[in-house]
Write a protein that binds this ligand. Structure first.
Ligand code: EPZ
Length: 427
């Protein structure tokens, strides 16, 4: 199995381009189930999760072609089988987002429950409650969600008012898709405002949906009878961009992250600046430099536009090298400190108390063999390896990394990192 080997100590310098956003491409690929014809997505990152979803779309009867940065999904002549099996859904939770589009388009669907996740329980109760508010009849049976439309209107979902108990990105996306083909108006409240939600709404509106308010806490969707195919260029990945910005800061480098959108990163950029980094807009993106000591900085993760939970692990590595104590509070997921014990193997000094980690800065980290446990934890271990001054770092189980980062070792090597992918039987 693959592992990543890093010899740390090189400041990262130069320009790096960000790939398309995984968390935008995945729901948009699910939305292709809502329309006839051929949908085309461009600037799609070549990631394991994208290939998993493409396999699911094929299983559902869609002719799906993954090309160089593109995915084409053809509905013509499709013999639809609105069923998503456990074998595919267990590989990637976001697969559950096919449920709403299948139900809205075909009046029935059977989709495996996604099951547990390393970072938390991650239930989908709010997704199902929202679909039931639109008239869906839902049963859970042996790990599967069986859904049928209301027994009126040929099973067509109907518009409804629904308020989420808590802010849920994929929940908001899911109900927006289902409501697009429902009869009447749907009003969703306490919605997620993430840029990926806004992007999905733009794509759905380009397909003929009538969505207003995306990017705010309240979204209104006036259902239509039919949608048309989309042709969309996926926006850059703000979490991949943030990961490179932290890597530049951690190595006291100077990097321009091309394609990064400053506007989508305020909650994160302000903390990088508090930590002593110089962060500026650049024609093509964002520039990050650090030439002074790192200052301890407290963060609390929150829904957008707050500090993204998907940047918590990476920012923790930065605080491991700060001149003092930082407090990191994880408010979104109940088990997102799996990287702490691996960082401790590299000499970090971190106390975890419930959803709070107290990070005591140390002069430096040292290389070691460490285990990736989830996507963003693995990114934090890569950054730790880049700064570790003595010994090399081997990161095992990098399949976690490949789920969300496209060719990360090549990109970092272009910035001067000594990083290679190796075969390692220990993984
Ligand atoms: C999206 O997940 C992202 N995934 C996650 O990115 C990201 O961490 C998360 O939003 C928060 O920003 C995609 O967009 C594909 P959740 P989402 O599991 O919306 C609770 C990454 O690293 N909840 O819904 O699926 C849940 O327990 C990934 O790229 C309910 O209570 O996140 C958690 O506390 C990881 N009931 C919170 O909401 C529900 O029905 C958000 O969790 C659903 C969720």
């Amino acid at each position: 199995m693959d592992a990543i080997r890093i010899r740390g100590g090189n400041p990262l310098r130069g320009r790096i381009r960000v790939s398309g956003a995984k968390n935008a491409a995945l729901p948009i690929l699910c939305a292709t189930l809502l329309s006839p014809g051929t949908c085309l997505l461009r600037n799609v990152p070549s990631l394991r999760d994208i290939h998993t979803l493409a396999a699911l779309l094929r299983f559902l009867g869609r002719d799906t072609e993954v090309g160089e940065g593109t995915v084409a999904v053809r509905a013509e002549g499709a013999n639809v089988r609105p069923e998503a099996p456990y074998e595919l859904v267990k590989q990637m939770r976001a697969s559950v987002l096919v449920l709403g589009p299948l139900l809205a388009r075909y009046g029935r669907a059977r989709v495996s429950l996604p099951g547990g996740c390393a970072i938390g329980a991650r239930p989908v109760d709010q997704h199902l409650k929202g679909l039931e508010a639109m008239g869906a009849r839902i049963e859970l049976d042996r790990g599967y969600i069986t859904a049928k439309g209301p027994d009126t209107e040929k099973g067509r979902l109907r518009g409804a008012e629904f308020c989420f108990d808590n802010v849920i990105v994929t929940g908001t996306e899911h109900l927006m898709m289902a409501a697009s083909l429902a009869k009447g108006r749907t009003v969703l409240s306490n919605c997620a405002q993430e840029p990926e939600v806004t992007e999905l709404a733009q794509v759905l509106n380009s397909m003929g949906s009538q969505i207003q308010g995306a990017g705010s806490h309240q979204i209104t969707i006036d259902g239509v009878d039919e949608l048309r195919p989309c042709d969309h260029i996926v926006a850059s990945d703000r979490i991949e961009a943030g990961t490179f910005m932290v890597a530049a800061a951690a190595t006291a480098g100077d990097v321009i992250v091309e394609g990064a959108s400053f506007e989508h990163m305020h909650g994160f950029v302000s903390k990088l600046r508090d930590a002593g980094c110089t962060v500026t807009r650049d024609d093509d993106g964002v520039r990050v430099r650090r030439d002074g000591p790192l200052r301890p900085t407290n963060i609390t993760t929150a829904p957008y536009p707050g500090f993204p939970t998907d940047m918590q692990a990476q920012f923790m590595v930065l605080m491991c090298l700060a001149n003092g104590r930082s407090i990191i509070t994880e408010m979104i997921f109940e088990n997102r400190f799996m990287h702490v014990s691996e960082l401790a193997r590299m000499g970090a000094n971190i106390d975890v108390r419930g959803n709070t980690a107290i990070v005591h800065g140390v002069p430096n980290l040292s290389g070691a063999s460490v285990m990736a446990t989830d996507l963003r934890a693995s990114a934090s271990l890569v950054i730790a390896g880049l700064v570790a001054t003595s010994h090399e770092t081997d990161i095992l189980r990098v399949y976690h990394l490949d789920r969300g980062y496209e060719h990360i070792e090549h990109k970092l090597a272009r910035l001067g990192a000594d990083i290679t992918r190796i075969k390692d039987a220990r993984a």
